[in-house]
Design a protein around this ligand. Structure first.
Ligand code: GDP
Length: 165
């Protein structure tokens, strides 16, 4: 299953993909993985078998309209991500969701608030975040890619949701 990770630049998309597929985290602000996607085999209990996931990074092109149809083509699931410390990344969520649905109607999607380790610098309240999840009709996860909190859970959920569709 192809999985796309979308959201404004700097929310932690590349870090999330690296963390999940390679088990590492670096503080260096590197925009790209250098390849189109990384892959990871994940055992999904409710399906009772391994699912091969192909995680696609936007390669830092998210602020341009150059993320094209190629990026979304064939995607079965999407992570819609924002950062605890970046208000603009939260406000941009509805537009990211529309963009994904335009290219992939019926795709499995989840809302992710990353960088919860920086909660004392939060610019979005938990009520607002939960209201956004309800408004968008998405299951809501809080992650810390840095400390590996809840990352596997997001992808397990997406694999299950995709399987049920
Ligand atoms: P992208 O532009 O969305 O792909 O974001 P990156 O993966 O390049 O991450 C942007 C910055 O946020 C990098 O410096 C990461 O190290 C940092 N970052 C990513 N996840 C976390 C997290 O959970 N906590 C903290 N404190 N920093 C994070």
């Amino acid at each position: 299953m192809k999985v796309v990770v979308v959201g404004n630049g700097g929310v932690g998309k590349t870090s999330m993909i690296k963390r999940f597929c390679k088990g590492v985290f670096t503080d260096d602000y590197k925009k790209t993985i250098g390849v189109d996607f990384l892959e990871k085999q994940l055992y999904v209990p409710s399906i009772g078998q391994d699912v091969q996931l192909y995680l696609w990074d936007t390669a830092g092109q998210e602020e341009f309209d150059s993320i094209t149809k190629t990026y979304y083509r064939g995607a079965g699931a999407a992570v819609l991500a924002f950062s605890t410390t970046d208000r603009a990344s939260f406000d941009a969520l509805p537009s990211w969701r529309s963009k994904v649905l335009e290219q992939c109607p019926g795709i499995a999607m989840a809302l992710v608030q990353n960088k919860v380790d920086l909660i004392e610098q939060a610019v979005v309240s938990s009520e607002e975040a939960e209201a956004m999840a309800r408004r968008l009709g998405l299951k809501f996860y809080r992650t810390c890619v840095k400390q590996d909190l809840n990352v596997t859970e997001v992808f397990t959920y997406l694999a299950e949701l995709h399987d049920r569709k």
